[in-house]
Design a protein around this ligand. Structure first.
Ligand SMILES: [Zn+2]
Length: 304
């Protein structure tokens, strides 16, 4: 069976053509998944926008209400790096709701994939680094509030440190935060996750995969967990514009298989979010993101 895929056409919000954020990757990813037989046309599950109350479980209520009202300050908007528009806020709310839905569906199906999210730089006080709301943090707290999980693992392989996630759960033992990132990359002032692995620039597939494997073991040793959330940022790729590592397409595919198999092998439901991926050709970025959905489908025993 295919893993449930959570998607919404409004994951893609209009930006200036020359904006650094490759917004069109969401639409191209949907097309890529359909082409690869991973998604039937229209066969995705669409979220409805997260409410202010859901978002205020991890962010200051004042920040959430000002984000909704489009009244964040210029300094706050610069930190986020996205324009102050209704569509961008709607996108962030949908993306957070999509990760909540991925969490709920993973509890039933074993694996569920949000085709957006991984906005891990948003912290308790507000957004940063293309992250308005921290979707995986919102999801962990939403599932706890519903009483369907107690303890969660957030396993973050995006090339940038999950600093917002680390700060949200700094004093909360019910969510273990793990980040494997390029040490010299953004954010330059690192937060403290429960487990941080800062990698050297230019790292290649074999030592990278070894680091991921060792970190999975270290994280699972700190269980038990009721669910794992996985941020599968593809900005570890050698050709990524914002990455500093040298991971190949094959290395990326191997990472997705390794992470999903190990977490599922430990008996955990796994909900995935997209994370970062940057470059001039959004089709290439979308193809890199598709590896995670391929690995998820393999795990669910889907053939062809
Ligand atoms: Zn990133």
């Amino acid at each position: 069976m295919r893993p449930p895929i959570i998607h919404h056409p409004d994951y893609q919000a209009p930006l200036r053509d020359d904006h650094r954020f490759p917004m069109s990757k969401y639409g191209y990813l949907r097309e890529e998944l359909i082409r690869g037989g991973l998604l039937k046309p229209g066969g995705y599950i669409a979220p409805t926008p997260a409410t202010a109350a859901e978002l205020a479980r991890v962010h200051a209520a004042d920040y959430v209400s000002r984000a909704f009202a489009l009244t964040l300050t210029d300094a706050e908007m610069r930190k986020i790096g996205l324009p102050r528009t209704e569509r961008v806020v709607r996108r962030a709310r949908l993306s957070a709701a999509g990760s909540v839905l991925a969490g709920l569906l993973a509890l039933e199906a074993g694996v569920a994939c949000n085709s957006a999210g991984g906005s891990h730089h948003a912290g308790p006080e507000g957004g940063a680094g293309f992250s308005t709301f921290n979707d995986l943090a919102v999801a962990a707290r939403a599932l706890q509030a519903r009483g369907v999980i107690r303890r969660a693992l957030i396993f973050d392989c995006d090339v940038h440190q999950g600093d917002g996630t680390a700060r949200i759960f700094a004093d909360d033992d019910s969510v273990l935060t793990v980040s494997i990132h390029a040490q010299k990359n953004y954010p330059f002032e690192k937060a403290r996750s429960d487990i941080d692995v800062g990698l050297e620039d230019g790292l290649t597939d074999a030592p990278y995969l070894e680091a991921v494997r060792a970190t999975l073991d270290a994280a699972l040793a700190r269980g038990p967990f009721d669910i794992a959330f996985y941020n599968g940022g593809v900005d570890v790729h050698s050709e990524d514009r914002l990455g500093r590592l040298a991971i190949t397409d094959a290395g990326l595919m191997a990472r997705e298989r390794l992470v999903l198999r190990r977490l599922r092998g430990a008996g955990l439901p796994v909900a995935t979010a997209l994370g970062g991926g940057y470059g001039p050709d959004p089709r290439l970025i979308a193809a890199r993101h598709a590896a995670l959905f391929t690995a998820a489908a393999e795990l669910q025993g889907m053939s062809g």
